[in-house]
Design a binder for this molecule. Structure first.
Ligand SMILES: [Fe+2]
Length: 260
């Protein structure tokens, strides 16, 4: 079977280590998604997406209070590439029926991009200033999502442009060539991101990296990904489709390009 490093993503079936972790972390994730203060901060797109950055109260080993550390094959595969990395508080991402609705302050173009193009993006390239110029401010090692709730495959699934990690890596290797890694974050990469990524996208098909509860999805740090709209007739548990995401940063900036 072709693995995640070749394809840019892989779904890992449910297994006991992940189920044991979710026994404590799952209820914490759902509690966070129902917290009034967090909802006031993190609801977007007409209330159809709870973004939930840093919303899970886990430690560096992924354990929430009273629970075991995160384990399982997906994490093991990721750490085989990067070594053990301290985990940040996980994102608790929840989508609801109707995603993506439009926020009053959202431009028509931004809404269309989310509705028609799955808001395809690369993590870590943050938009800075009023011109929303892009800079590599966060060098993620990998993205690991763990599905918490029951949802049908068309309920706003994560989509990954399979193979997109290769042209993206090539583009950034070219852009950063000869530049010391400590200066990478200061280089405006807006053009390379806007021109090279969409060109790649035209030739690649989105794959629905759909996941039922307790499955993990591992995404390569250079893979273009997004979230598809909530399908007509799609179903999920009453609390929405809940996925917990870890995106630890690389130990050194240059790892972002040099690791497999
Ligand atoms: Fe992302």
């Amino acid at each position: 079977m072709v693995g995640w490093r070749a394809r840019g993503w892989q779904v890992f079936e449910a297994e006991p280590a992940v189920a044991a972790w979710l026994e404590c972390a799952g209820p914490e994730a759902i509690r966070a998604s129902r917290d009034d203060g967090l909802r006031a901060t993190w609801l977007r797109h007409g209330g159809t997406w709870f973004v939930g950055v840093d919303a899970l109260p886990n430690g560096a080993d992924g354990a929430v209070p009273g629970g075991p550390p995160l384990g399982g094959r997906a994490l093991a595969e990721a750490e085989a590439v990067t070594g053990r990395l301290p985990l940040h508080r996980a994102q608790v991402s929840v989508t609801y029926p109707g995603y993506p609705a439009r926020d009053p302050d959202e431009s028509a173009a931004a809404h269309r991009f989310r509705r028609d193009r799955d808001a395809a993006h690369l993590d870590g390239l943050l938009p800075i200033g009023s011109g929303k110029r892009r800079f590599l401010k966060e060098t993620h090692a990998w993205i690991l999502g763990i599905a918490v709730s029951e949802a049908s495959p068309d309920a706003a699934p994560l989509v990954v442009w399979e193979g997109s990690h290769r042209p993206i890596r090539a583009a950034f290797a070219e852009a950063f060539a000869g530049l010391p890694p400590e200066n990478w974050a200061d280089m405006d990469v807006t053009e390379i991101y806007q021109q090279r990524a969409p060109r790649g996208l035209r030739h690649l098909s989105a794959r629905r990296a759909s996941a039922s509860p307790r499955t993990g999805v591992l995404v390569h740090r250079h893979a273009i990904h997004g979230v598809a709209p909530w399908g007509k007739g799609a179903k999920a548990a009453p609390g929405g489709r809940v996925i917990v995401y870890f995106r630890p940063e690389t130990a050194a900036v240059e790892d972002w390009l040099t690791l497999p």
